[in-house]
Design a protein around this ligand. Structure first.
Ligand code: 4AD
Length: 456
């Protein structure tokens, strides 16, 4: 169907004076004696185009909110430097009717209410803006890595080894309920892959294999976590950006994370000014200034050990008690980012017991070269580390955790054949979107959220 995007029509005077065809859904409609005004939105822009209908003697039936229309008319300069379309009733074709039970007939629904209609909520300004931010950020992430000599790789989603070792994998099976197998081993031997398989929680292990050949790689795909965490920042299926770099130590990993984030947020400010202004007005006052501030200053940096001291001295009444060795909870992460540093902050060198087997062991024998990036409002958005490149130390760490080394033989080979210092990180894409839009619930930044107890 030949037509022009609303975004193109309203953003320049190029079409003024010409006959144009636009398509879209009716956002509002006002009718007076001789003229009618219809606000049409086709999703290409937050802004609508106004269609001014000279009713004349034509047969004008006022369109209802939600109807889809095709309008042929003349682009003209409207008030306040806008471009609008003059049309007559004959120039308007109803493509799809929309009865009065259309749930978005009325404005002002809560986000929670709209979660109940993921198929329609995208037609609101809020979700229009979120999806555009998502798209622009995704493109900027690719651009950043492509411009810095990284190779984009796609790691498997079905895997036989658990990357994070936290037992949070969804199982992949074609075996239905049966009592025919006598043991767990027999059950898995008879399953599709002949052994236990699951949905990958991270592409890192395979990413390391590619990085120790290509030097610099990144992945950008879904990861799956069967965590029983019903929180505003956990999804069972989230999008994960995972760069992995050879010939790199922890400081290099931190530098890449900061540089990449500053680039993509800078791009967002440049390419989505209307969306950022929208979120600033409706969801987080001062959002734009906060993002501008972020990209123009160095991120903070603190060791886990010092962060624990800061938390202990804070005088705050945390729900989860703070002791060296404890995992930082969201309340702790937010305190550090929001109250102490008041900006994004890297926390490094965590106790080895609370981190994964693959992280490089520090000379103190107690901590590993891990890093998390904490940001105000959300908490952790990045988790990464320098990897243990020493074959014997890696095996020792895996044995300490009682891991089955056979499952990781490929991974161990990398330390046998030309091992190199290397590292990388994982950025939770939805958490980045939360941070850059001020949306407080992760369910509102992904088209169809998958969370514990909920799928559609
Ligand atoms: O800290 P995580 O678990 O690290 C890894 O998976 C490493 N293998 C990454 C690497 O070094 N390549 O996860 C990384 C990030 C977190 O900081 C968070 O932003 C996001 O992934 N994330 C989630 N996002 C939404 N829902 C969940 N359930 C998430 N779990 C992790």
């Amino acid at each position: 169907m030949k037509h022009i995007d609303v975004k193109e029509i309203i953003s320049s005077t190029e079409y003024v004076g010409r006959e144009v065809t636009v398509c879209g859904w009716v956002r509002t409609s006002r009718n007076s004696k001789s003229v009618a005004f219809v606000e049409l939105n086709d999703g290409t822009s937050l802004k609508n185009v106004q269609v001014v209908v000279e009713k004349g003697d034509g047969d004008y039936k006022e369109p209802r909110v939600g109807m889809s229309l095709k309008v042929v008319g003349t682009a003209v300069e409207g008030r306040n430097n806008t471009v609008e379309i003059n049309a007559v009733p004959d120039g308007i074709t109803v493509l799809g009717d929309c009865p009065t039970d259309y749930p978005l007939q009325k404005k002002g629904h809560t986000l929670e209410f709209m979660r109940g209609m993921p198929h329609l909520r995208s037609r609101t300004n809020t979700f229009n803006a979120v999806w555009r931010v998502r798209s622009v950020l995704a493109a900027a992430i690719h651009r950043y890595f492509q411009e810095h000599n990284y190779v984009y790789i796609n790691t498997p989603l079905i895997t036989g080894s658990d990357c994070e070792g936290a037992g949070e994998m969804f199982q992949v099976t074609t075996n239905g309920y049966t009592t025919q197998f006598k043991s767990e081993e027999e059950y898995y031997e008879n399953d599709f892959f002949g052994r236990r398989a699951g949905l990958s929680v991270s592409g890192q292990l395979e990413g390391e294999m590619a990085a120790t050949a290509m030097g610099k790689i990144y992945t950008f795909g879904p990861s799956f976590r069967a965590e029983n965490s019903n929180t505003p920042k956990h999804l069972a299926e989230f999008w994960h950006v995972e760069p992995e770099v050879a010939f790199a130590e922890l400081d290099d990993v931190i530098e890449i994370a900061e540089d990449m984030l500053k680039y993509v947020i800078g791009q967002l400010l440049e390419l989505c000014p209307s969306e950022i202004a929208f979120f600033d007005a409706h969801f987080e006052k001062g959002l734009k200034a906060r993002l501008e501030e972020l990209i123009s200053h160095d991120f903070g940096r603190v060791t886990y050990t010092d962060a624990i001291e800061l938390l202990k001295k804070s005088g705050e009444d945390f729900v989860y008690p703070v002791e060296w060795g404890c995992d930082l909870q969201t309340e702790h992460e937010r305190y550090i980012a929001e109250k102490v540093f008041k900006k994004a902050v890297f926390v490094t060198d965590y106790p080895k017991e609370i981190k994964s087997f693959y992280m490089k062991q520090n000379p103190d024998g107690k901590t590993v070269a891990a890093v998390d990036l904490l940001v105000p409002g959300v908490g952790e958005i990045i988790g990464g580390s320098e990897r243990e490149a020493d074959y014997d130390k890696l095996i020792a760490a895996m044995n300490e955790r009682g891991m089955n080394l056979e499952l990781y033989s490929d991974y161990l080979d990398l330390r046998k054949y030309g091992t190199v210092p290397h590292g990388g990180f994982g950025l939770g894409f939805e958490r980045l979107i939360m941070y850059t839009t001020g949306m407080a619930n992760i369910r509102d930044v992904i088209l169809y959220p998958r969370t514990v107890g909920s799928i559609r």
